[in-house]
Design a protein. Structure first.
Length: 313
């Protein structure tokens, strides 16, 4: 519990050092004596030398531990993007080059405005309501283009989801095709209203969609273009079904995880520069939440599995 409490300290290095100097018992529990508390420069150097691959390995170990204890089952996953603004100024007419070369312009629907920064795509397990990992892109990159990275990441995590929930930003025939053919997973993706107007489906098309739900993939001799169309149409039909509408509403758990990461764990106030630093900051917070889930499960209080404030207090 002491390690978890240390990981969810205030954002700045100075506040962390001040807290450790005041709370000597906490410093002792994590292996720091009164004369061994690191300085700000040492903490900055430690963060700079952190390897992203190492963070992903720690993330994978925590996920495997939660999976073996029965907390995670990976039957239903959800994905959503989080806008993260860069700390440095965006390029202007006077200064065309930006001080943060990794950041780009993008439009945030939740903010209702353009922003200069990055995107983090959060992947959440619906049944446990826990986030499991992230995919990182620049702000300008479309949500539709992260499917390959998503499939590769889920394969590395050795997960086999049956359903994947996503909003209209991820809607495309290619994404439905890749999820079914490569991951053997059905995408419950909200149809993008800009593509085609919603229509009423006949009983024949509904029965066809229900068969596709059981079969998951179509036969290989059917042309790829037709398969892509059938997969997306199946999703559009299922969206009108009462059971799947109820399942899709659970995608709100991803947005709740976004709030915890950005507001409770302080990502919104963090001054981030560079895509690599952004990946480190988000992955560290993901590790914190997974560690909290493990600790709360071991203590027999699963109701605080998503409550960092319980451990802060």
């Amino acid at each position: 519990m002491s390690y978890v409490k240390t990981l969810i300290m205030p954002n700045s290095y100075r506040s962390l050092i001040a807290k450790l100097r005041l709370d000597k018992d906490l410093a002792r529990r994590i292996g720091l004596g009164p004369d061994r508390i690191p300085s700000t420069s040492i903490l900055k150097k430690f963060f700079h030398e952190l390897d992203i691959k190492t963070l992903y390995q720690i993330n994978l170990q925590l996920i495997n531990e939660l999976h073996s204890s029965g907390v995670l089952n990976f039957n239903k996953l959800a994905v959503d993007s989080v806008p993260i603004e860069s700390y440095f100024k965006h390029p202007t007419k006077k200064e065309e080059s930006s001080t943060d070369p990794d950041a780009t312009w993008g439009f945030s629907k939740c903010k209702g405005r353009w922003y200069f920064g990055y995107k983090a795509h959060i992947i959440t397990d619906i049944d446990s309501k826990l986030e499991i990992s992230y995919i990182f892109t620049s702000a300008i990159e479309s949500d539709q283009k992260i499917t390959d990275s998503l499939i590769n990441l889920l394969k590395k995590l050795e997960t086999q989801p049956k359903l994947l929930l996503a909003d209209a930003g991820y809607d495309s025939e290619d994404n439905h095709f890749k999820l079914r053919e490569e991951l053997n997973c059905i995408g419950i993706i909200k149809p993008n209203p800009r593509r085609k107007k919603s229509k009423r489906y006949t009983a024949k098309s509904v029965n066809k969609a229900k068969k596709l739900l059981k079969q998951t993939t179509l036969d290989k001799y059917i042309p790829i273009r037709k398969r892509k169309k059938e997969y997306r149409q199946c999703c559009c039909v299922l969206q009108k079904h009462r059971i799947f509408r109820k399942i899709y509403k659970k995608r709100i758990y991803v947005e709740q995880d976004n709030y915890i990461i950005k507001n409770v764990l302080g990502l919104e106030k963090k001054k981030i520069v560079g895509l690599i630093n952004m990946q480190k900051e988000v992955l560290l917070r993901c590790i914190v939440l997974l560690a909290i889930a493990i600790v709360s499960n071991q203590l027999g209080i699963p109701e605080v599995m998503r409550s960092p404030r319980f451990f802060q207090n």
